[in-house]
Write a protein that binds this ligand. Structure first.
Ligand code: ZN
Length: 275
């Protein structure tokens, strides 16, 4: 059994076959999925929770959890009303995480100061609601500015909470992975781990402890080899798990049980899969 720790189940790209897509995940051995609540914009943050409520309780589907947060590209849209909506979503029991939030200096969807301020304000809400965070961090090629700013913020505003979080779709180097583990974060790998050019990333993965990793799809994006370029879906998290298992020199049962245990430990949930 595997857990897909990050999938955008509310994406329009599943409008025609969302239930069948979830059934394929269950049939492929995916016991639970964390649905990411960023929508297309802050007004859509509730959609992951809606998907969760629509499908939980239906037999033959994975157990669904939700997150809510404002994506770095939308940081300039954060105001008191958006933060109040986030706070209210995170009070719901199925909304187990705040995210994905963070810094993106690669796409520059919002000015850097707005991204940093938006992150800090969301950390305050997540801390008050005792929800671990899901971090999106992407630096400009050849720089670590985004990571350096991220760790400055997390050291000041997040470490004291002891709540931890996930470095989603990890793409940093060993230094960033080491600092994430030191903050009690889990390092989550997506389909890009399987790509031919990702040897440096696989070498970072190989150095991580088994109790510090997760797997995810980031569906509908980043389909793993051999599905690269297609619409991704949670059923394909297995491909990434197999590559991670190889990097860590464990078998598929061990990677499945470790990543599942790590997920339930971080979110302080009773292990519970399926419906
Ligand atoms: Zn994502």
């Amino acid at each position: 059994m595997l857990i897909d720790s990050h999938a955008h189940l509310d994406s329009e790209r599943y409008a025609e076959d969302r239930k069948a897509m979830l059934r394929r995940a269950w049939d492929a051995g995916v016991g639970a999925v964390l649905a990411i609540g960023i929508g297309e914009e802050p007004a859509g943050m509730h959609r992951a929770l809606d998907v969760c409520r629509q499908f939980n309780g239906q037999p033959g589907l994975p157990r669904l959890y939700a997150s809510a947060g404002v994506y770095p590209h939308n940081a300039a849209e954060i105001d008191d009303a958006v933060l109040a909506a986030l706070d209210s979503l995170l009070s719901e029991p199925e909304a187990i995480a705040c995210g994905e939030i963070g810094l993106d200096y690669y796409h520059e969807g919002a000015p850097h100061p707005a991204q940093r301020e938006g992150l800090v304000r969301q950390l305050e809400i997540a801390a008050a609601r005792k929800r671990p965070i899901l971090i999106h961090c992407r630096a400009k090629d050849g720089t670590t500015d985004a990571w350096d700013d991220l760790f400055d913020i997390l050291e000041a505003h997040w470490r004291p909470t002891g709540l931890g979080g996930v470095m989603h779709c990890f793409g940093g180097g060993w230094e960033q992975a080491r600092r994430a583990l030191d903050l009690d974060f889990l390092v989550s790998f997506a389909g890009n781990l399987t790509y031919p050019k990702a040897q440096p990333l696989r070498e970072v993965a190989a150095r991580l402890p088994l109790d510090g990793v997760l797997v995810e799809t980031d569906a509908p994006w980043l389909a793993p080899a051999p599905h690269r370029g297609q619409r991704n879906e949670p059923a394909w998290v297995l491909q990434t798990a197999l590559v991670l298992a190889e990097a860590l020199r464990v078998d598929r049962e061990e990677i499945a049980s470790a990543t599942t245990k790590n997920f339930f430990r971080l979110f302080r949930l009773q292990p519970d899969v399926g419906n």
